[in-house]
Design a protein around this ligand. Sequence first.
Ligand code: ADE
Length: 219
Amino acid sequence: MDKVESFKCRILTWDEIAKWTEAVAYDIADNGFRPTVVIGLTRGGWVPARVICDHLQVKRLYAVKTEHWGVTASTDGKALLTQELNASIAGESVLIVDDITDTGESLILAEQHLKTMGPKEVRTATLLHITHSKKEPDYYEVEVPDEDWTWFIFPWNLHEDLRTILPKTLYEPKTVTGIQKGFKDQFQIDVPEELLRRTLRHLAATGKVHKKGAKWYKA
Ligand code: ADE
């Protein structure tokens, strides 16, 4: 039998994201920093970066992409910059935005890259910061102590994360109710049945799970 994997997750809501993003934006404004350019790290930083632009009246929003070797909930710190900035930021006050600092690798890579492009200043902001990160952002709203490490399921990544996590509940064949219990026991999240069925349909369509009788099996 596969090893039964278990880690703490939390499903975040759009309301939480809106609240935290606004708090970060006002913190930046109160602090007297006036970014002229915002860079969203894709993919996680895109939505917060766009909303911060709205609060701070910034028109110039650009993207840089960093990627991790690992998958959901991997703590592997190896990040790569896979899309460089494709705009001039010479002399600009730059704010880099991401959703979370966990290893801190993405923010460090992006900051190093942007600093080679002649900006006046570069500052960093995230919604959440896990304290073991190698980099502490200049601005963040929620501090997560190492010992409370959690995989945060952002609303823009909900279906993708559920598709990654669901097969981990199928270390043995399960009914829908059994899978729901697996999410609770192994990952501490309540997943509504409709959402779970939709995730199963997606996974079945790509051949990652299959059904026999009332039970679901990992492919
Ligand atoms: N990306 C990197 N670390 C993460 C975490 N703990 N939760 C959600 N997304 C992440």
